[in-house]
Design a binder for this molecule. Structure first.
Ligand code: ZN
Length: 467
């Protein structure tokens, strides 16, 4: 038996914990190729904060061997050990620990701290992580998803933070082409109590999920032409409104917005909904943030649908068009958002244009549109520039998914030149499809884009026929 075989036995223990309502972590202890102890977490059942799988499995083994020193054993555990277990492992002089999934919040084998690499504490134990990492994280994801659902069914999300505003529902009544039910989430750490709105259409167990990310000053309304096409193809579509936009809560202060915070909200959101087989549609800030996401959770992403956006690495100066836009936002912070859409989209009705003003009834609600333009990383040490450079390296060197690019030619801000540069930065990205009639808000021509994307990614010829 090899490490993976023993890890599978530990996983069987994790499944027992899951059934028992414990955090599903399992462990086995192996000596000379023989399993001498198996255990899973039982803190809830035993009212014992120390009843982690590692502690229990070492206790069993030490009892069986009549020796607290487990000097010729290997411990297999499905989750990176915490500090308590790391300490106990060192006390037991275990020569080797093999763990599965990383634990970003409490991991003591590198994720938060590395107890095992402290030479003054540890002379004995070597560790090996990420063995069957994905399999090992599955029961944990299932467990926490169930917990969140139970929590959600209990919590009524009406609370509004004192330092935030909520656009009244009446502002969104009878918007043309937007018939979808609102979904809300507020228990992501990065939201810090804000309520975030999102659309979640199509079957929850669909083979793929479209994650549609809007930019400034738009909201999920921007995807109204694309959502029905994807749903008609049997796909799921998830479209969040970033905090400060659309139907999401709006912090009063501009300073509540930062590149990093919005990025964390998106990462936590994807994890909370456990989105997989993601086809990510991005434009404007949807891409500035969104294109930095796949490197953090590469196994969740399959395809990129990229529309007028950029990777703001700070290495090149921002375009003149962008600088002019940023200046306009500074000079006229109360500019008419609906008119901005009308200008580039003569095909839009007055009601459709007005839908983009709906989230912002007054200046108090407009912290995000004020904060976002200056937040675009403009130099190599701007906040967000380093993570954007990492993302550029990932997309160039490691991205394995498909990609497709649409350019609205009439965009003075993030038009063809910016997009052709971006195309060079995404591994395997074909020539952009240039839409001569489209402006910055390319999704206003979204139906055609969605049909084209389905054909390219899924060889689907019938996708657009239902409308
Ligand atoms: Zn532990």
């Amino acid at each position: 038996m090899n490490d993976e075989d023993f890890m599978r036995l530990a996983l069987a223990q994790a499944d027992l914990a899951l059934v028992a309502g414990e955090v599903p972590v399992g462990a086995v202890l192996v000596r000379e190729g023989q399993v001498i102890a198996r255990a899973h977490n039982t803190p809830v059942a035993q009212h014992d904060p120390s009843a982690h799988a590692e502690i229990l499995v070492m206790r069993q083994a030490a009892t069986a061997l009549g020796n607290y020193r487990l000097e010729d054993c290997t411990l297999y555990v499905t989750l990176e050990p915490c500090t308590m277990c790391a300490g106990a492992i060192l006390n037991a002089r275990l020569p080797r620990v093999v763990w599965g999934a990383p634990e970003p919040k409490t991991g003591a084998a590198g994720s938060v701290i590395n107890v095992f690499e402290n030479g003054e504490l540890n002379h004995n134990t070597v560790t090996q992580g990420y063995v069957l990492a994905q399999e090992c994280s599955l029961p944990l994801q299932t467990f926490f998803r169930k917990q969140r659902m139970m929590q959600k069914s209990r919590t009524v999300f009406t609370h509004l933070r004192d330092d935030a505003l909520r656009t009244p529902d009446t502002a969104f009544k009878n918007l043309p082409g937007y018939p979808w039910q609102p979904c809300y989430i507020s228990d992501l750490p990065a939201l810090n109590g804000l309520r975030m709105h999102y659309l979640d259409e199509g079957p929850a167990d669909a083979e793929v999920t479209w994650l549609c990310l809007h930019g400034n000053p738009a909201w999920s309304y921007l995807y109204r032409h694309m959502i029905p096409v994807f749903v008609a193809a049997g796909h799921r579509v998830v479209a969040p409104d970033m905090p400060g936009f659309g139907k999401s809560d709006k912090p009063k202060k501009d300073s509540a917005h930062s590149f990093d915070r919005h990025r964390r909200v998106l990462l936590e959101f994807i994890e909370a909904l456990d989105l997989r087989h993601i086809q990510m549609a991005v434009q404007d800030w949807g891409g500035i943030l969104g294109l930095t996401l796949p490197m953090a959770q590469p196994w969740r992403f399959q395809s990129l649908l990229v529309m007028n956006t950029l990777l703001a690495t700070g290495e090149q100066p921002l375009s003149d068009g962008f600088l002019a836009w940023r200046q306009m936002c500074a000079d006229k912070p109360m500019f008419d958002v609906g008119k901005l859409f009308a200008r580039g989209n003569p095909q839009m009705s007055a009601e459709e244009c007005a839908a983009y003003n709906a989230p912002f009834p007054d200046a108090g609600h407009r912290a995000a549109p004020r904060a976002f333009p200056p937040m675009v990383p403009s130099s190599v040490d701007s906040l967000g520039a380093a993570v954007s450079r990492d993302a550029a390296a990932f997309l160039m060197e490691q991205w394995q998914g498909r990609s497709l690019m649409f350019v609205g030619r009439r965009d003075p801000v993030l038009g063809e030149a910016v997009m052709r540069d971006l195309q060079q930065r995404i591994r395997g990205c074909p020539e952009p499809v240039v839409l001569a009639q489209a402006g910055h808000f390319v999704q206003e021509h979204g139906r055609e884009i969605a049909v084209h994307a389905l054909q390219t990614f899924f060889n689907s010829d019938t996708a657009g026929d239902s409308q």
